[in-house]
Write a protein that binds this ligand. Structure first.
Ligand code: SAH
Length: 365
């Protein structure tokens, strides 16, 4: 049994069952035993260790194309001389490293950019400092400086705690985690009065059948609200990439990964990565409520191809012909529909005064 599992079972025997969202928050963020606090979760380029691999760790092309997207947007928005280049949940700092290297083609962008990271894990902050030594760190979006902001977040929102509710007649039963001997198990809680925010209620399917699960992530809503209000006040744009759905949807998406495979999310708290799918219509709705514009929600494959993924892979192959097979396989992994290309969605939101955002067609994915 993991140390955290033992602690949680003891807590449940004293205090009663805990909400699923509290379980997820503890399993990921417990200061001593939380997953992001102690583990080195990410597989890295050329090394298939870790529990999962994210797009920036699959290929340098991901960060390079996003770097070009940011530099182009900065140029077209009037080249503000002081602006914040922000990343939420930067992991090992690989994405920002690639962004900055690619954006070197526009030295004035690099000169004007102040890099800010929002990160809670001390272990990952240390890794990020190696990759981007001159960054400034924050615990959350609230302390970002008052300046135009270009923000990216890859697989950040999926790591925030989610609470599930099961529909039963006209009631919503919160999903709880409770103990059964040495096991943690799920159980229905007492009916909740009004479990959803207005924003979430506006982004659910019209009909929800009995027995279905709805996921509500207060931390996602609050982070999105903070960042949208920040951009509404100081200008700029945000590019948000995660796996999730582009249309209102319900269902159970809570899952755990360990060693590149799915495992039981309750079996080993602190040792497995827990995530839930991101509700992209909700993120767009919150941005629009704050006065921002939102581009149509796109899919990672379409977006990267629109930014020139094929071209970039051809350039890299010309530079290193011996890596052709690897580069082709990285491109496939990032963009093919059966790999990360369709499951991963992209939402770009911007201040109303910003120029058009590159890479988005007006057609839904
Ligand atoms: N963007 C990286 C890592 C994704 S994993 C990549 O693509 O490789 C999620 C990241 O979010 C980790 O860096 C994790 O420590 C961070 N994180 C999780 N919860 C957070 C929170 N509440 N506030 C700030 N960062 C958080």
């Amino acid at each position: 049994m993991t140390p955290l599992k033992k602690i949680l079972i003891e807590e449940i025997s004293t205090n009663g069952p805990m909400q699923l969202a509290d379980y997820m928050a503890r399993a990921l963020g417990d200061p001593e035993h939380g997953y992001y606090m102690q583990r080195r979760p990410f597989g890295t380029r050329g090394d298939d260790g870790g529990d999962f691999i994210t797009a920036p760790e699959v290929s340098q092309m991901f960060g390079e194309l996003i770097g070009a997207w940011l530099a182009d947007l900065w140029h077209r928005m009037g080249q503000p001389q002081d602006f914040c280049l922000v990343e939420l949940g930067p992991g090992r700092g690989t994405l920002m490293g690639d962004i900055l290297r690619a954006a070197n083609v526009l030295p004035d962008f690099i000169k004007a950019a102040q890099v800010h990271f929002v990160e809670t894990s001390p272990t990952l902050r240390a890794a990020q400092k190696q990759a981007v030594p001159h960054a400034t760190w924050h615990d959350d979006v609230a302390t970002l400086p008052a300046a135009p902001t270009l923000l990216v977040a890859n697989e950040f929102f999926d790591a925030l705690p989610v609470q599930q509710y099961r529909k039963q007649s006209n009631d919503w039963l919160p999903v709880m985690v409770t103990a059964d001997g040495d096991d943690l198990v799920l159980a229905d809680g007492d009916a909740a009065a009004a479990p959803f925010s207005d924003a979430l209620a506006a982004c659910l399917p019209d009909t929800i059948n009995d027995g279905e699960i709805v996921e509500s992530a207060a931390a996602v809503e609050s982070a999105m609200q903070q960042l949208a209000q920040h951009i509404a006040k100081y200008g700029g744009a945000a590019l948000l990439i995660d796996y999730g759905h582009a249309e209102p949807a319900c269902g159970d998406s809570f899952q755990a990964m360990r060693g590149h495979g799915f495992v039981d999310p309750l079996a080993e708290p602190g040792l497995a990565d827990l995530t839930a799918h991101v509700n992209f219509p909700l993120l767009a709705h919150i941005a629009e409520t704050a006065g921002l514009t939102a581009a149509p929600i796109s899919a990672q494959g379409l977006f990267l191809e629109a930014l020139g993924l094929s071209l970039r892979s051809q350039q890299l192959i010309q530079l290193s012909p011996e890596r052709e097979a690897d580069i082709e396989s990285e491109r496939h992994r990032l963009a093919a529909p059966q790999e990360m290309g369709s499951l991963f969605k992209i939402l770009a939101v911007a201040h109303a005064d910003m120029p058009p955002l590159a890479g988005f067609s007006s057609e839904a994915p």
